[in-house]
Design a protein around this ligand. Structure first.
Ligand SMILES: *Cc1c(COP(=O)(O)O)cnc(C)c1O
Length: 452
């Protein structure tokens, strides 16, 4: 019997491909699921299964799949000027128009963009830029960046170091020197007996202790996601961000808000910083910038920082694909679609409140210890005991649930025993109902497994 097409692809994967963030032995034993096409909020695999993509790819397909306008923008730009660089005093219209379009939607006082090819490269740029900034200001010793345990800032050397994923740090001696971490504002997992706001203040105060420990004249910046994504959709208590802002102001330390997930409408505002009322100095962006149609990232920079950089001579940093014209043309069209179709406004006024109302109903499920969310983000904490928040021990309940989801036509991701969603921003209320029906069915199947 000859192999099916799917088996042939799986063999190619095993024989030739090293995929990201994968356990190769486990993957090869099972065979990758091959995704062949997509439209709106749905994917199709090579076996013909239709799957509701409640993760928008990897948190990025904000305008949904199959948007012809983006395809047209790319092909137009490829014909006109497929590539040119921005080094050595040249520029091209798409990168310039995109920089202006981003400045128009960014928080007040953030009017410049440094382009990169990804979110990780954006965070490498952050590390270089904040150190360069303080050196220009005559404080070169101010170079330590403080991040958070379980934060995610990408997978390059700087990204993995700024992030607080201990498993990543373990493979290759990270973080690099000059990067420190404090605890995350994860009340459900780490808040113990404190109420959420007391816990929020307590973890924010760790920032001040860390600053004093390192030396206030040695700390360049604090980097944090407004809401942690990869860490498990961790939404800080209301008390957290105001306390952090107060501490950063007191010690004259830059705030880097990693907007790679929260940016471009995910919270119902253009940026997560708008949602929390923060005024960051630098904002790494990627993912929703192009809705994932082509790779692109960048760092949005506050005017005061730009004024300093202007006095610093050449900034010895950049990428061949910084501001790539095709990526820029797609990003520009993506922002136009988000704006002209009022997608962010619709999320805020209509679909996010509906999703959050339905999502909160899941808290009644026997497996669910907490159902939380903001905008088009949601998380469920799977627990053994709802009252005490006690977890299952090493039973892989999250992965079981994720597998049930895939088998039932739904992509919902597991971070340990936390189930998370981040659907395309264009998801409609009927599709939200379908999403919730599927989640409930998969929770029931998972609960049945756990009883067995
Ligand atoms: C995905 C992500 C990154 C890394 O982006 P890549 O494009 O994968 O390099 C950085 N920060 C956050 C918050 C992310 O979610």
């Amino acid at each position: 019997m000859s192999d099916t097409q799917t088996q042939q692809w799986q063999a190619m994967s095993r024989d030739h491909h090293l995929p990201p963030f994968s356990d190769y032995k486990a993957l090869n034993a099972r065979g990758a699921r091959i995704i062949t096409k997509a439209s709106g909020v749905y994917l199709w695999d090579s076996e013909g299964n239709k799957i509701l993509d409640a993760m928008a790819g990897l948190w990025c397909v904000n305008v949904g799949y199959g948007r012809e306008e983006l395809v047209e923008a790319a092909s137009r730009q490829m014909r006109e000027l497929p590539y040119y660089n921005l080094f050595f005093q040249t520029a091209h219209p798409p990168a310039l128009a995109l920089a202006k379009a981003i400045a128009d939607i960014a928080p007040a006082g953030m009017n410049h963009v440094f382009f990169t090819g990804s979110g990780s490269e954006a965070n490498d740029t952050v590390l270089r830029m904040v150190r360069h900034y303080w050196a220009i200001k005559g404080q070169p010793e101010k170079k330590v960046v403080i991040g958070r345990w379980n934060g995610y800032h990408g997978s390059t050397v700087a990204g993995a170091s700024l992030g607080g994923m201990k498993a990543m740090h373990g493979q290759g001696d990270f973080p690099i020197p000059g990067i420190e971490h404090i605890d995350q504002p994860y009340w459900f997992g780490e808040g113990g007996d404190l109420d959420p706001d007391a816990f929020g203040v307590q973890v924010a105060e760790q920032l001040e202790r860390k600053i004093l420990e390192v030396g206030e004249d040695k700390v360049a910046a604090f980097i944090a996601e407004p809401i942690q994504g990869a860490g498990g959709v961790i939404i800080p208590p209301d008390s957290y961000w105001p306390k952090v802002r107060e501490i950063l102001d007191r010690y004259d330390i830059l705030l880097v808000a990693d907007e790679v997930i929260c940016g471009f409408g995910r919270t119902g505002e253009w940026f997560g910083s708008d949602y929390f009322g923060n005024a960051p100095d630098l904002m790494p962006i990627a993912k929703g910038l192009t809705s994932g149609y082509v790779p692109m990232g960048g760092v949005v920079v506050r005017d005061e920082v730009v004024h300093t950089l202007n006095e610093g001579g050449e900034f010895y940093h950049g990428f061949t694909y910084s501001g790539h014209p095709v990526a820029a043309a797609v990003a520009l069209e993506n922002i136009r679609v988000l704006r002209d179709e009022r997608i962010v406004e619709r999320v805020k006024a209509h679909t996010a409140p509906y999703l959050q109302k339905r999502w909160a109903e899941l808290a009644e499920h026997p497996l669910v210890g907490e159902a939380r969310g903001v905008g088009m983000l949601g998380a469920l904490e799977l627990v053994k005991d709802k009252k005490t928040r006690e977890r299952f021990t090493n039973q892989g309940v999250g992965l079981r649930c994720r597998d049930h989801c895939f088998d039932n036509g739904l992509v919902m991701r597991a971070v340990g025993d936390t189930m998370i969603i981040s659907p395309p921003l264009v998801i409609g209320t009927d599709e939200i109902d379908e999403l919730l029906d599927k989640v409930r069915r998969c929770l029931d199947l998972t609960a049945r497994d756990m009883r067995a």
